[in-house]
Design a binder for this molecule. Structure first.
Ligand code: FES
Ligand code: FE2
Length: 343
């Protein structure tokens, strides 16, 4: 299979939030340079097929759902979830070759996941672990950012949180992040980067979460799962209460769940959510955290889209690597290997 240069096709990618896909209307998303139509069948399970009709390539997402199947708005051809044509209004016989491509699809952890590559290799057991999204011990919410950049720029960004010191200096960053060394390790398709900051001043966001004065111990444990899922285990606790040794009972702990799906070579869909294991019933806090985080992530979007513009203008210039890029360097090698394995 000829995989595009920047992303593997044999992978599960988030393509929508579960609540965005219904049995009432067809939605269209672009994933890995493929137009995909999504809807739900009468049993509630999701369906994903090429969003271009077999006949004249009209988007199937312009049509409607009838008996759990999609009807093309242009001349009425009907396709089921397997992509087979089940009705041709102007002809009696249907050629069995009339079909559109269907894709393996799954509904898990509040997201719809699609496998754009070789369907025989799609195993739902390999869907990235984002279970905190529907674990009753955690609560929170998130959003989607449609960004005009290569998804790997988000991978770089999330694996190197020293950027918080500079990009997010008014919210989650301060000098301790950039000045504290990190440890990087990798195994199989995962990379882990961790940083433990002892007895530091708390940045404004974390001060508000903790709700008390005084220095804090702060942790950041970043886990990348190839090709594009990153879970951040982050938090603060009053300094000296044992959080960095494993007792986080005095602190506040968040998981930032991120999965960034390529749309094209230079655009992506960034699905994120922020979940916590404290004040579980506090809906106002959920909304406040979600909206605060959305604003923080716009700071990243501005930098990354600017980077992409320059990369596109200067295609011969390399992206150079410093010590802080150890995690993303490793992640990009893993992605490259996945792509090479598909050739
Ligand atoms: S383009 Fe879909 S039926 Fe003609
Ligand atoms: Fe950021």
């Amino acid at each position: 299979m000829n995989a595009p240069k920047g992303f593997p096709l044999n992978a599960w990618y988030a393509i929508a939030w579960s609540h965005e896909v219904s049995g009432r209307e067809i939605i269209s998303r672009t994933l890995c340079n493929r137009a995909i139509a999504l809807w739900r069948k009468p049993d509630g399970s999701p369906a994903a097929v090429q969003d271009a009709c077999w006949h004249r390539l009209a988007p199937l997402s312009l049509g409607w759902i009838e008996d759990g199947e999609v009807v093309c708005k242009y001349h009425g051809l009907k396709f089921n979830a397997e992509g087979h044509c089940t009705r041709m209004p102007s002809q009696d016989a249907i050629n069995p070759g009339v079909c559109v491509q269907s894709y393996p699809v799954a509904d898990r952890h509040r997201f719809i996941w699609v496998w754009p590559g070789d369907a025989a290799k799609a195993d739902p057991a390999n869907i990235p672990d984002m279970h905190w999204n529907d674990d009753p011990a955690w609560t929170g919410d998130g959003k989607t950012m449609f960004a005009k950049c290569d998804y790997r720029l988000f991978v770089d960004n999330l694996l190197d949180l020293t950027h918080e010191t500079f990009v997010h200096s008014t919210s989650i960053g301060n000098s301790a992040v950039a000045e504290t060394p990190m440890e990087t390790s990798h195994e199989g398709r995962t990379v882990t980067v961790q940083r433990f900051m002892e007895n530091i001043d708390a940045p404004p966001f974390w001060r508000a979460q903790l709700g008390r004065p005084g220095n804090v111990d702060r942790w950041q444990i970043i886990r990348f799962e190839a090709p594009c899922t990153i879970v951040l285990d982050v938090g603060v606790a009053p300094a000296g209460t044992g959080a960095l040794q494993g007792d986080r009972s005095q602190g506040v702990n968040l998981r930032v769940l991120n999965t960034i799906s390529p749309q094209t070579d230079t655009t992506c869909m960034y699905f994120w959510s922020l979940v916590r294991n404290y004040r579980l019933g506090d809906m106002a806090l959920t909304t406040l955290q979600r909206e605060t985080n959305a604003r923080i992530f716009v700071d990243d979007q501005i930098v990354l889209e600017g980077q992409q513009q320059r990369i596109s203008m200067m295609p011969d210039m390399p992206l150079r690597t410093l010590n802080i890029d150890a995690g993303s360097f490793r992640a990009r090698r893993i992605i490259e290997r996945m792509i090479a394995d598909e050739d």
